[in-house]
Structures are given as C-alpha cells and as structure tokens.
Design a protein around this ligand. Structure first.
Ligand code: FES
Ligand code: FE2
Length: 433
C-alpha cells in the first residue's frame, strides 16, 4: 500500500515530476522503422508531450514539437522537404535538430534579416534500432541506445506490435515482476474461457526476485518442477525502467501520458535449422485492438490481451492506497521502492540505474535468457517434441498467441519463414506448447 502522495510520485510522467524526469533518462520506443518508411510523418504523444516524428530525405529521424513555432499549426499535417519538415500553414521548415531552415515570406520581405536564425523549435533525439525508432527526452549527454542481446540474433522472424492501453504505465510495468499472475490470469483463466478439459496448470510453489544491473529477475518453482529448472536458475526479466523481457520477446510500457500507455511488443521467433539462413529486409509491424466492438468489452482471447484486461481493470491510475499486498507482491513492492529511490537520485542530480555509456559494452548487452542456446544455435524441426518441449516458452508455434488481430500477410510471412507453408507442410509435427 502507498500513500496518495507516493502514488502520485510513482505515476506522474510529465516533465518536472520526479518519475517523469527519471523516465526521460531512458530511450523509449515510439514507432517502427517500417512505419516511417511507409509514411514519413507520425504524430507522437510521449509522457504528456505532443510531438511529431519524421524521417527526412537523408534518412535522419527528427522528433520535434507538434506545434509549429510560428503560429502553432499542427506539424503532423506538414510534409517532408529535403532535410526538414515543412509546416503546411505558411511553409516554415524545421530540421531534426530544431533549427529553422526556411521562412518563405520572411525571406522575400526581409532577405537580409535572417529571422530564421533566431527561432528554434523544441527537438529531441530519435534513433533506429532493431526495427524500432526510439526517442530520448532527457538531458545531454544521452546514454547509448541499448543493443539488447536479442537484437543481435540471426535467423529469427521478428515482428513489432503496438496497442494503446487506457491506463497509467506503472500498473502495466508492475505486471513485469508478478510471476504468480501467469498461473491465474493466463493458465487458469484461459482454461475457463475455453471450457477446456485439460489438466489443471501447475501451481507456484516458490518465487524469487533479484536485482541486477538492468532490472530485476523474477524466478519461480512450479509444482512438478524443481530449483534446477531455468525458470528458477535463470528467470525472466523486469527490464528497467519500463520493460518486460521473457527471453523470446520484449514488451515496453511507454507512457503516452499519465492515463494512457503505448504497449510495444518485439517478438523473435527462431526459425528451425532447415529454414536457415533467414533474413528480413523489413521488420513488420501492426496495431492490435484491445476492445471488442460488438460487445464493448475488452478482448480476452490472447495472452497480452488478458494482461491488458487486468491493467485497465485496476483503474485509469490504480489507487494504491486501497491495496492489500501479500507475499506474491514482494517483487512489486521491491520494484516500487527501487524506482522511487532512482527518481530521488535523479532529482539530486545523480544517474539512475542501468544506463549504458560504454560503446564496447553496448556491442551486445547480455540479459538472463531461458533457453539461450536454442535462440542462438537454433534447433532441428524434429527436436521440438524432445528437449525443446521442456524449455519453457520455447515452442515452434503455428499461430501468434500474444495479441489479437495479426494481419494475414504477416501471418503468411511468418509461416513461410518457419517452413509452415505448403511446400514444407509435409512432415511438420503438430504444434507443441
Ligand atoms: S504556423 Fe507553421 S508556418 Fe505558420
Ligand atoms: Fe501476463
């Protein structure tokens, strides 16, 4: 349980608030690279700031104020012109660093005045990595944009999925350090929803939480398992400050503002050895809906949709003065305490946890990964029913289980990559989970 004041500190994301300042020390994913290739301008709202992301003709990304510094028109209706973004109202032109490149009528009326040198627009850094475009809203010098280990993996089908969640980001992130929910929100509830006759899922016997450089790991021993399993010896990761990393995928909970969160999923599916080499020219992206338009109720059929139901159910900003926390919440309690300490450290002028500033370290930043060797070395298609089956989370799956609404062309591209299309279908074993 927190006091009202602590809850406010924890959940506010605006510039000048303690947590807003902490979050501004980290790179946040805001778009897909392919999205800007399709359309070079994207309106973005990030931590309460209205911005516009664009890709100029040189291929640089710009992230600037949504409102033109002339008379405040919405620059997301402008167009890319050379190195800059041109406002549709009077044609002023802005480059990614916030410089004004042109003011057409001013230059006619007063050719020598160079008014453009005296106006600037708010501008932030934006960079591409792993098929995502990332933003940094903090002070200089920016830390390096992390090269998390899976970003260096080969022979995987990667896809990026966005969902907009109408609640505060902290309750989403608390889910990243909550092992017990998996048994109930996913396993047991899915059984009920599907009226399944399958055996009851194993219950949690033990949970453990450990801090490391880039976040916390959460570990579990399940009924029928032991403390020799990788679920206990390696665990999964609550990635600092707003991510979840399970081994095969990342989820970031990016605050749009205090009451809305952009869920960004990055999914890696290793192709079987017989499909190597596999490369992607473009990492596909899609947006997943969260509400069923027919019933007006939240969608419950997919794993992350079930998470969303829990998060939005906690309220737009969860009222933590009314909770009753128990042993299963030890990770949540520890994380809240640690992140508030980090916000205090930033307020005192210090560095928060997990920033990377050494380029050598950033060549490949290792994380705890259950089944690392399968992601790196791959596996024979036939092995899926053997060893692999005992590696939690590693499956050769036919369908995408995390979010609803995968577009057909991405589904087919995935099937082709995995060898599930017609040519390869002969001999493929049934899906194992
Ligand atoms: S408002 Fe943008 S050019 Fe006038
Ligand atoms: Fe979950």
């Amino acid at each position: 349980m927190l006091t009202e004041e602590q809850n406010r500190r924890l959940t506010q994301t605006g510039a000048g608030t303690p947590m807003g300042e902490l979050l501004r020390r980290y790179w946040m994913p805001i778009a897909a690279v392919a999205e800007l290739d399709d359309k070079p301008i994207k309106p973005v709202r990030l931590m309460g700031e209205d911005l516009v992301l664009f890709k100029n003709e040189r291929g640089d990304y710009g992230l600037i104020d949504r409102h033109c510094a002339h008379r405040r028109a919405d620059l997301s209706y402008g167009w890319v012109d050379g190195c800059g973004l041109r406002c549709n109202y009077h044609g002023w032109q802005w480059d990614p660093s916030g410089r004004c490149l042109g003011q057409p009528f001013e230059e006619v009326a007063h050719p020598d005045a160079r008014f453009k040198d005296r106006v600037r627009i708010k501008a932030y850094q934006a960079e591409a990595k792993a098929g995502l475009v990332w933003a940094y809203l903090g002070p200089d010098p920016a830390p390096l944009l992390p090269t998390w280990e899976p970003f260096t993996w080969k022979n995987g089908f990667v896809q990026i999925v966005f969902s907009e969640i109408p609640c505060n980001w902290v309750q989403c992130q608390e889910n990243s350090i909550d092992p017990v929910h998996f048994e109930w929100l996913h396993s047991n509830w899915s059984r009920v929803l599907n009226r399944a006759d399958s055996p009851k899922p194993p219950t949690h016997l033990r949970v453990g939480f450990d801090e490391f450089e880039y976040g916390f790991t959460y570990r579990r021993v399940l009924e029928g398992g032991s403390d020799q399993d990788e679920l206990w010896t390696v665990g999964r990761t609550c990635l600092w400050p707003n991510g979840l990393f399970t081994g095969g995928h990342f989820e970031w909970r990016v605050p749009i503002d205090d009451e809305t969160t952009l869920s960004v999923g990055w999914f890696f599916d290793r192709v079987p050895n017989d499909m190597e080499p596999f490369t992607q020219d473009r990492i596909p992206y899609w947006a997943s809906p969260i509400k069923d338009p027919k019933t007006g109720r939240w969608i419950t059929s997919h794993i992350m949709n079930q998470d969303f139901v829990a998060w939005v159910g906690q309220g737009t900003i969860a009222d933590r003065t009314k909770e009753h926390l128990g042993e299963s919440d030890r990770g949540v309690i520890t994380m809240r305490k640690r992140i508030l300490e980090d916000a205090d450290a930033v307020a005192r002028g210090g560095e928060p946890k997990g920033l990377i500033r050494d380029p050598d370290e950033n060549v490949c930043v290792a994380l705890p990964i259950i089944g690392r060797k399968y992601f790196v070395d791959g596996f024979a298609r036939d092995a899926v029913t053997g060893d692999l089956q005992r590696t939690p989370g590693l499956v050769l799956r036919q369908d995408f289980p995390f979010l609803i609404g995968q577009p057909e062309e991405i589904r087919l591209a995935y099937k082709r990559a995995m060898g599930f299309d017609r040519e390869h279908l002969a001999g493929v074993r049934p899906e194992t989970r």
